[in-house]
Structure formats: structure tokens, C-alpha cells
Design a protein around this ligand. Structure first.
Ligand code: UT7
Length: 322
């Protein structure tokens, strides 16, 4: 039986953290540090400087993940990169990353777009490639520069997001690491979180910025995250009591606390980085996982439930032992 297992994690955050007060002052927002902290749990986020792209952040995250796994770039035979803020329309950010990592072995590389659900989708895809026997050693990446698609006059969205990248190395093995994954989407909800602009004749047409019905997204997220958590636990043949850590998409502390409560997990068993990362979309789960692993919070042999939800709407979960 072939299993897949995460053997290394890495991350990258650009520049210095930008606190709420500085952000509000810089953009002249009608907002306060108190409002942002109370409603979201966010205190600071990182913003990529001009010229820094998703592949730049991904490169650094992958280098750290490769080092942790004891792997060289040309050991990788598959890159699955989740992003909604790619460097270009094409080529894919995954192939740009491949070049920046110095890979020359012809590994498969592609982007995957499931917005904030993207990392779970990418992890599930890599897991299935590895379990099928077709690939042995994958880089699974979430990399975003959401600051580029924010309307900096819209206080309801621009205070929420940040930039960054997280990566994991996933390898074939004979011990279960990724026990089960579950993926879902419901396109009927595509309008409650969207960047609806598009290109025509080389020019942007329509609204190029992120728009969100925050309350609708909040309610949707709380409901589906609880459901998919139960689904993936059942699929793994495990119980909620066997989960040591919850590593959720980092969008809002209140959503994370609600999910932990539904799983009867104490709040301290929920990995929280939204306070200093903001919402980094597809990068948020691997960023949180890397921080928890490197700080020694999540130890080898411990079990973690990863789950994400985002525009589309997409949502999913993965139950893993590290
Ligand atoms: O990653 C994808 C998933 N995304 C999410 O999970 C986001 C989910 N949604 C949320 O996290 C929350 O809905 C928000 C944080 C976006 C908003 O919090 P809320 O408690 O739902 O606030 P609200 O939208 O009901 O707005 C309450 C008030 C409004 O003013 P009025 O109409 O009551 O006068 C807003 O205009 O707060 C106002 N407001 C703000 N005030 C100060 C909205 N943004 C801000 C702000 N500063 N930054």
C-alpha cells in the first residue's frame, strides 16, 4: 500500500508586518485597530513590495520546505501550486517557480485555483498522484499577493488580507501520513466573494478588485467547515478525540473558534496565525502549519485537521499525521 506523507514545511512572508493603525493611517481608512481586532482577530499583515510576485514568495517557502525534508529541487517530480494571484495569465506560476528553484528534471508543474480553499485542493491532488504510484515526491504550495487585488478604499475588505507563501514536501511512504481528504464546491455562491474583472483585447474589463459579502461568507464558512471536518474524520475511520491540532484557513478568529467548538477542541488546540498574517488565502494553511511545526507546537506523530474555505465557493479538509 502506498501512502503520502508531509516530510517538510516552509514559508515566506514579505517585508515587515504592517499593523492595523499604520494601515488605517496610510490609506486614510475610516476604521480603527479596535474594530479590526474585535471583528477579525487581525493585528498585522505582510504586504509584498512592488515587483515581488507570488513565485518569488513561493521560491523561498519551497527552499525552506525542501531543506526541512532533506530534499534537493531535482528530487521533486510534481509541483501543485495554489494561487488566485498568479505572476501572469500564463505561463503558470508553478513553472516559473520550477525555473527559479533551478529544477531541470522535467517534473510536472501546474497551478490550481480554488481561492482560499486552494491549498487543501492542491494537497488532495498531490496525495492522489502519490497514492496512485505515478509520482513520488511533490511540492504543494500556496502563494498569494492579495494586496494587488484589494480596493484600498474599501475598509470592509482591505484590512483583512495579507501576502505570503507556504509550502510542504509530500512523499510516498509505507506509513499513512495523509489519512483522508474531502473536497467540495458550490458555484451557486460564486458571487459572495469574487474578483469579477476579466481581460478583453488585452485590457481589464469590469471590476478588478476583490468584493465580498462578509456576513454571507461568514455564515457559509462556519457551516461547511464543521460539516467537512466531520466528513474527513469519518473517511479516515477516526474520531474527533484523536485530533491533536486544528489548522484552519486563517480568515477570522471567530470562524476558527466556532469550528474548534463544534469539534469539542479547546481553543488552544487551534493554530492561530491570523493575528499576525491576516488572511493570505491559499497560503494561510501552509503558513500556519509551518509556524506550528517550526515552533515545536505540532510534534512528529501528532495528528492535525487542516481545512479551508474560499471563493467559488470551495471548501475541503485533510486529516494528517506528521
Ligand atoms: O478567505 C475567505 C473567507 N473570508 C472570510 O471568511 C470573511 C468572513 N467574514 C468576516 O470575517 C466578517 O463578516 C467581516 C470581518 C468581513 C465583517 O465583520 P462583521 O461583524 O460581519 O461586520 P459587518 O459586515 O456586519 O459590518 C458591521 C459594520 C458596518 O457598518 P454599519 O452598516 O453597521 O454602519 C460596516 O460598514 O462595520 C462596518 N465596517 C467597518 N467599520 C470599521 C466594515 N468594515 C469596517 C472596518 N472598520 N474595517
Amino acid at each position: 500500500m502506498i501512502y503520502s506523507r508531509i516530510t517538510g514545511t516552509g514559508s515566506c512572508l514579505p517585508g515587515n508586518p504592517v499593523g492595523n493603525a499604520a494601515l488605517v493611517a496610510t490609506y486614510g481608512l475610516d476604521s480603527t485597530d479596535e474594530w479590526i481586532v474585535e471583528r477579525t482577530g487581525i493585528r498585522a499583515r505582510h504586504l509584498a513590495p512592488a515587483g515581488t510576485t507570488a513565485s518569488d514568495l513561493a521560491k523561498v517557502a519551497c527552499e525552506h520546505a525542501l531543506e526541512a525534508a532533506g530534499r534537493a529541487p531535482n528530487d521533486i517530480d510534481l509541483i501543485v501550486l495554489a494561487t488566485s494571484t498568479p505572476d501572469f495569465i500564463f505561463p503558470s506560476t508553478a513553472t516559473i517557480l520550477q525555473d527559479k528553484l533551478g529544477m531541470t528534471n522535467g517534473a510536472a508543474a501546474f497551478d490550481l485555483q480554488a481561492v482560499c480553499g486552494g491549498f487543501i485542493y492542491a494537497l488532495a491532488v498531490a496525495d492522489k498522484f502519490i497514492r496512485s504510484g505515478s509520482h513520488q515526491c511533490a511540492l504543494v504550495v500556496g502563494a498569494e499577493t492579495f494586496s494587488r487585488i484589494l480596493d484600498w478604499t474599501d475598509r470592509g475588505t482591505c484590512v483583512l488580507f495579507g501576502d505570503g507563501a507556504g509550502a510542504v514536501v509530500v512523499e510516498a511512504g509505507d506509513k499513512p501520513g495523509i489519512h483522508a481528504t474531502a473536497l467540495h464546491a458550490d458555484g451557486r455562491y460564486r458571487n459572495i466573494l469574487a474578483v469579477a474583472g476579466h481581460l478583453s483585447g488585452g485590457r481589464p474589463i469590469g471590476d478588478p478588485f476583490l468584493r465580498m459579502d462578509g456576513q454571507a461568507v461568514f455564515k457559509f464558512a462556519v457551516k461547511v467547515l464543521a460539516e467537512v471536518a466531520q466528513e474527513v474524520i469519518a473517511a479516515a475511520g477516526m474520531t474527533a478525540e484523536q485530533i491533536n491540532w486544528l489548522v484552519p484557513h486563517q480568515a477570522n478568529i471567530r470562524i476558527m473558534q466556532a469550528t474548534a467548538k463544534k469539534l469539542h477542541l479547546p481553543p488552544e488546540k487551534c493554530v492561530v496565525t491570523v493575528d499576525h498574517h491576516g488572511n493570505t488565502s491559499a497560503a494561510s494553511i501552509p503558513l500556519a502549519l509551518d509556524e506550528a511545526v517550526r515552533s515545536g507546537k505540532i510534534g512528529a506523530g501528532e495528528t492535525a485537521l487542516l481545512e479551508g474555505v474560499g471563493g467559488g465557493f470551495t471548501w475541503g479538509a485533510a486529516l494528517i499525521t506528521l
